[in-house]
Design a protein around this ligand. Structure first.
Ligand code: NAP
Length: 305
């Protein structure tokens, strides 16, 4: 039976690190870091994510601001808001919650954020620093996953790592961070031939594709470490019956609530084959928020340093 990599417990540990960092600043007579969150419109899922981020700020003593422009805001007005936050000495980190309404250009908005306040780590300057292996603000999800692997003592040097997914938010930066720690990295995606065979080579598999239960137990190398980044909502009972075999609790939740969250990996099957695996929920999700708060503290210290 695989070890469960507890993202919630790891996130609590990282948040405690942030809380102590904030306390340390206060003891030195400095103000707490401040994160400004920009949420355009009223997308319910984004509202849930933003609430989680603001709650984590409060838990760690980080100050937070919420900016809530209406869904019809013009690109120029959104960028003017970002400019104001860039110039605000009291703001250390700026996060524009994605996705944006369709008429807005997310890249242009993200590139407008000052690299020094880019706590999501999506600005090309920060991406370039990561590419060069230099310190900078790094994307929250992969950097927090790296901290979790370190905390659990997962050996990366010389390990075969497969990153499933090549997004700029997760897959690509994850691959670079694993490479930096001397893993031999393969990036797989929707055009990869014989995906199961590629995955079976992995000592470490990171799945970030957004396809519920796509990775089957038979795709895993026995003893592998499996990090499941995917967050998917399943409502179809036939799909659920296929991917939740051996997970009666998931099927009960689906019956009770009409939907259930799961990752890209069939957790029930993975626990029988893998050496260690993250659950969904309670795996990478909480880690991402902790990564954001660590970045906010880092941005604050760097600006004042
Ligand atoms: P994304 O931008 O949609 O990228 C998905 C990647 O998966 C793409 O590279 C795509 O390949 C690949 N892919 C899609 N279908 C595939 C298939 N059938 N076989 C092989 N590869 C396939 O997604 P993302 O933003 O990286 O997010 C991925 C998942 O992680 C989503 O479920 C998202 O909700 C979740 N997520 C979770 C957290 C967290 O905090 N836990 C944070 C971020 C994202 P191509 O490039 O070839 O199209």
């Amino acid at each position: 039976m695989a070890q469960v990599l507890d993202g919630k417990a790891t996130a609590d540990r990282l948040l405690e690190e942030v809380r102590q960092g904030v306390e340390g600043r206060k003891a030195r007579g400095l103000r707490a870091p401040c994160l400004a969150v920009v949420l355009v419109g009223e997308d319910p899922a984004s509202q849930v994510y933003v609430r989680g981020k603001v709650r984590a700020c409060a838990q760690t003593g980080v100050l937070s601001q919420e900016h809530l422009p209406s869904a019809d805001i013009a690109q120029a007005d959104l960028e003017a808001l970002i400019d104001r936050l860039n110039a605000d000495e009291g703001v250390d980190g700026i996060l524009v919650q994605l996705p944006l309404p369709r008429h807005l250009d997310p890249k242009a908005a993200l590139h407008r954020i000052s690299p020094a306040k880019d706590v999501d780590g999506f600005h090309p300057l920060n991406q370039g620093l990561l590419f060069e292996g230099l310190p900078g603000l790094r994307p929250c999800t992969p950097s927090a996953v790296m901290r979790m692997l370190e905390i659990y003592g997962i050996e990366l040097k010389g390990a075969r790592a497969v990153v499933l997914g090549r997004s700029e938010i997760v897959g690509k930066p994850m691959a670079l961070m694993l490479l930096e720690k001397h893993a031999t990295v393969t990036i797989a995606h929707s055009r990869t031939r014989d995906l199961p065979a590629v995955c079976r080579e992995a000592d470490l598999l990171v799945a970030a594709i957004g396809k519920p239960g796509m990775v089957e137990g038979s795709w895993l190398k026995p003893g592998a470490t499996v990090v499941d980044v995917g967050i998917n909502r399943v409502e179809d009972p036939a799909l659920a019956a296929r991917i939740f075999a051996g997970e009666p609790k998931k099927l009960e939740q689906l019956q009770a609530k009409g939907s259930v969250l799961c990752g890209d990996v069939r957790y029930g099957e993975a626990t029988a084959v893998a050496g260690a695996v993250t659950p969904v929920p309670g795996g990478v999700g909480p880690l991402t928020i902790a990564g954001l708060l660590l970045n906010t503290l880092q941005a604050c210290e760097a600006r004042r340093g």
